[in-house]
Ligand binder design. Structure first.
Ligand SMILES: C[S@@+](CC[C@H](N)C(=O)[O-])C[C@H]1O[C@@H](n2cnc3c(N)ncnc32)[C@H](O)[C@@H]1O
Length: 220
């Protein structure tokens, strides 16, 4: 049974995102200008793993978690995967995605409106599960459980990728959007609790100095 603090942690986030405009700038808290640097960094990261060879990750289907309007699906996932599913807690963003993604949006398999804490991704469906700028909206226990479910949802040689802000030290709460920012050692510990291995990790370069460091972790 969820306690009152946990219930309001989630419901306050839902209320926050309901009032955010369905734009790239809205998705990035006013930092829409960094979207291209972000996407290019992600593309270079993911390309290390994708391909036909032995042990390489396939390109049949990806899941975009906390997808918002589909900023990442449009420029990273749809160009690399035959089909992409989107999941987000905010229905208005998924509605916007249907036009924002344009023609290529025809290759979206499923639009799932759900909190990640409640989502059970289909077993064995995904080559890549991309989780960007949303883990801070899950409690530790829910994040661990979600990562475990993601592992079961991977195809052979599949990858779970987390790309997110990391705090300098400890857990920094954000009362405005009802999230937390964890330091890297805490993220590592939660990934370990979920039973996932870290295959590769990078810090995103060329972001503005005043924002959190952003790290990308490839897991399976
Ligand atoms: C900072 S935006 C990032 C959007 C997208 N990942 C990107 O990088 O463009 C956070 C997104 O997470 C969604 N979100 C917040 N809490 C969530 C939850 N518990 N489960 C799923 N999505 C959630 C919001 O609706 C919003 O679309």
């Amino acid at each position: 049974m969820a306690d009152a603090g946990e219930t309001s942690f989630y419901s306050n986030a839902v209320d926050y995102w309901r009032d955010v405009p369905p734009t790239v700038d809205g998705m990035l808290g006013g930092y829409g200008s960094i979207s291209s640097i972000d996407i290019n960094g992600s593309k270079a990261f993911l390309r290390k793993f994708l391909g036909e060879g032995e042990g390489q990750t396939g390109t049949a289907c990806a899941l975009d978690c906390g997808a918002g309007i589909g900023r990442i699906s449009k420029r990273l996932l749809l160009p690399l995967f035959r089909s992409v599913d989107l999941v987000d807690v905010t229905q208005e963003f998924l509605d916007k995605a249907k036009t924002y993604l344009g023609e290529e949006g025809q290759r979206v398999g499923r639009y799932l409106c759900s909190g990640l804490q409640d989502l059970v991704p289909e077993s064995g469906r995904y080559d890549v599960i991309w989780i960007q700028w949303v883990i801070g909206h899950l409690t530790d226990d829910h994040l661990v459980d979600f990562l475990r479910r993601c592992q079961k949802a991977l195809r052979p040689n599949g990858l779970v990728v987390i790309k997110d802000n990391v705090a300098f030290e400890g857990v920094v709460p954000d009362e405005v959007d009802s999230s937390v920012c964890r330091d890297l050692s805490i993220v590592h510990a939660l990934v370990g609790r979920a039973g996932l291995q870290i295959l590769h990790e990078e810090q995103q370069t060329d972001f503005p100095k005043e924002i959190y460091q952003v790290h990308t972790l490839a897991l399976r």
